[in-house]
Design a protein around this ligand. Sequence first.
Ligand SMILES: Cc1ncc(COP(=O)(O)O)c(C=O)c1O
Length: 319
Amino acid sequence: MQTDLCPSAIEAIGNTPLVDLARITREMDGRILAKLEYLNPGFSKKDRIARQIIADAEASGELAAGQTVVELTSGNTGTGLAIVCGIRGYPFVAVMSKGNSVERARMMSALGAEVVLVDQLPSSVPGQVSGGDLELVEHETWKIVKERRAFRADQFQLKSNFRAHYLNTGPEIIRQAGGQIDLFCDFAGTGGSFAGCSAAFKEHNPAIKCFIVEPEGAAILAGQPVIYPNHRIQGGGYAMPHLPMLDPSHVDGYLQVSDHQAVEMARRLAGQEGIFAGYSSGANVAAAVKLLETSFKGKTAAVLICDSGLKYLSTDLWE
Ligand SMILES: Cc1ncc(COP(=O)(O)O)c(C=O)c1O
């Protein structure tokens, strides 16, 4: 008899469901289709890039058997890498700001990672990772890479981040939606999921409009001044003026979402749709609602539900 077994949790990554948020859009003209990335083994979309980074580095010979892997992470990429490295036999060191929620560090440790926590800047707010905090983490990451002659799984630089979404997430959405999407909006951290999905969408149909989502007050990609670097939307909005992953010709516009709007929408996702997700997922859906309420009435928007609400139990998201 044929079986449908995954040889490991790595093969359980991807092919997540696409859900029509028909309750949130009930009073609106248009549809929002949400890809439930929190159903990946590490509860986020970043499992996909972890799998791709390791597979590509193995194929190119950049990663040797048993070599240590190091990465700077807000928790999700590190969780994905902990899973993939654990299964493939690579020691993994996750370098993370103390500003990220504690659940993430605990989860990575449980999955076998060595977690190095880096203090925030004295001016930073606990629980809110700023660009300055990230610079400190970056510095510590390179130090460890040099000391241990490790492979840096650099999600900001490696094409594998783009490829994971270009080869999988984007095509999955097109297939699941029967090709029928008009809009895509995505909260940018590295910009990898925006870049990969938008490339796949534009290839399928150049008329699909793709929007980058940023925090209100930290919308540097939209060319706005950064007056609120300590926003609460974890996983992105780092106010980095240049994201190597992004192809400007695939960006049709920029949308801003406030902390309040992201939180309110994450709570509505839980309460009305049974979808328990984090801040950035709330930001993506809030941005899609803005699009449908203004210039794009009657259209279909696709968004990613980036990670699980379980990762924010220690924050004020679920007070
Ligand atoms: C929860 C969450 N949302 C959104 C993002 C941004 O995704 P990307 O790096 O693909 O732009 C990240 C990235 O770490 C994340 O962890």
